[in-house]
Design a binder for this molecule. Sequence first.
Ligand code: 3BY
Ligand code: FES
Ligand code: FE
Length: 418
Amino acid sequence: MSQSISAQTLLTREMLARRRPGYSLDAPFYLSDTLLKADMEHIFGKHWVFVAVEPQIPEPGDYITVDFGNHSILIVRDDDMQVQAFHNVCRHRGSRLCASHQGQVGNIVCPYHQWTYDLTGKLIHAKHMGADFDPTEMGLKTVHARSLAGLIFICLADEPPEDFEQMVAQMTPYLAPHRLDQCKVATMVDLVEDCNWKLTMENNRECYHCVTNHPELTVSMYEFGFGYTPDVQNAAEQQRFEDITTASHARWEGMGLPSKEIDVLDERITGFRTKRLPLDRLGQSQTMHTGVASKKLLGEFVDPALGGLSFWTQPNSWHHFMSDHIVSFSVLPISATKTLVRTIWCVHKDAVEGVDYKLEDLTAVWNATNAQDRRLVEESQIGIATGAYQPGPYSPYTEGLVEKFCNWYVKRLTALTL
Ligand code: 3BY
Ligand code: FES
Ligand code: FE
């Protein structure tokens, strides 16, 4: 055991030392089981990981399970409406407690010998265990869980990074007006991509690939929002985008909607970035027609043209909050070369499917975009797995956020494996 831990640490250190700033990572970061173990232990094991939205568990007793690496986590709403998270593992002989991905329970009852836990994880019933048995020592193993305006993050570490609170303080004014707590899940789609999780994340952090690969997304999303080379032929279009952004920010901020960029992606342990970005044409929503997908606007909104408030978190999520719906993405490693990408679309809880919104209309852009991105990252994985791959340079103009993702990753892994 100790031998394999030191082999893992040695390989991790060696690979980290080889990282050339401004370049993509070396092949083993995308291929090696050993490095995936390091990612699971240090990145997914010690940071705040986005796993769910509160509308997935609206009522007491509602639960979901989230699996990543070799973890299975049970996320439950308790009778006091608090979000609780536990390892989905019985304290008797280790049976998985909940096999389905979602459901409703009064108490958590192990299917094996019926040890019964309440919704706070306390063991409240265990037959035949004798007089010496102390149930207070046999509660479920808890996992730290925090909600940021309805976005549920968990941390597997005993002592989670404290700067999560700074993110909560800075992000709540941006996110809260969209009232995710008053939403329902319209639909959720899981994709299993044949690639390392970092390729999925890097791909998300740039729009260099958008114009040629995402015809549906670029109907509403300005490519310029993700960086551009100054002084090229399309200077007029760039200026137009900057002018629209300045005017939109003034308008939105005047309505009490914070819009300006915050970027602490590679400065903090809990790194994140946000910006309210204008959307093209009608400017309302990431749909094929750029108008709202749901007629029932979120929260107190009356103006549908609020652009898209984007929120990106390290290591594993991004979100777009619009006037009519919220779309959230989580990226969870399954193995070194398999990754779950979960997309959740939320609309106002009173919006009626078929009347206020149509699922096809709501999901068209991101279902198409996700399918295109899946192909891009899987082709990258295949190329990287050949012997010919060597780290290549990032564009200083359009891949700055990919570089920040890698810098954050390298810094965090270095700090934790020293
Ligand atoms: O964050 C996003 O969702 C966008 C979409 C494509 C690239 N990325 C910057
Ligand atoms: Fe859960 Fe026995 S393993 S009750
Ligand atoms: Fe993409």
